[in-house]
Design a protein around this ligand. Sequence first.
Ligand code: NAD
Length: 258
Amino acid sequence: MSSLRGKTALVTGSTSGIGLAMAVALAKQGANIMMNGFGEKDAAIASVKACGVEVDYHGADMSKPAEIEAMIAATEKRFGALDILVNNAGIQHVANVEEFPAERWDAVIAINLSSAFHTSRFALPGMKQRNWGRIINIASVHGLVGSMQKAAYVAAKHGIIGLTKVVALETARTGVTCNAICPGWVLTPLVQKQVDARAEREGVSDEAAKLALVSEKQPSGEFVTPEQLAALAVFLCGDAASEVRGAAWNMDGGWTAQ
Ligand code: NAD
């Protein structure tokens, strides 16, 4: 329960879904946590604090580089260092390319891709100086394969896997590693919106829409859970993963094996 005691982790978008599970799992290993994200945050913060570590929150908007810079500086000031960076914040928009609002394209690229460039460039100097660090980018199977109506998301997720490889190469002779995790369908608020849209469009129940959504892509017919993804992140933070560099590690019920 203390493999990460004394370390500090910043998890972007940790008020909900996968990011919250990452924050809890890292806190259970003893890491202090800087949380971030929008929406109702008190319950999320309380659940991380319940793990018995120091927790703080910064409300940086991940589409704004100046706010990202302030958040990294605030983390280093509050905890003395930033050791583990989980780039998780993300949004989705679903439309055919010719109907895709340009403003939504810009927002998806800014939040799902450019934010990870900005957090990494501000966090890396301290990590390199201390010769220890972990950058974990939450990509997606959509960083490896495409799906219709997700142009911005697929472009951003392919991009973040490219960014992961470059950061991994630039840190290869240091104690800093950078890897991407590529989840398949995970039942979080981000996906529930797509379930709701499908249920309405096809006039079916919530359960039927969930089953149709997941079975279409994942041979297992099961959702991946946030806790399973968080366990992979904990592994990537450990000594056993010190030579895992530049990986795009899928956990997707078999989606990309097809
Ligand atoms: P979610 O909607 O439950 O959580 C997203 C988090 O990002 C929230 O905390 C939200 O407040 C935060 N966020 C959104 N815009 C922000 C901004 N501008 N600034 C700061 N925070 C912001 O979604 P989730 O499903 O947990 O997704 C988390 C990550 O996992 C995303 O990068 C997503 O692309 C990725 N992912 C999700 C799935 C899935 O099936 N749910 C699959 C593959 C990848």
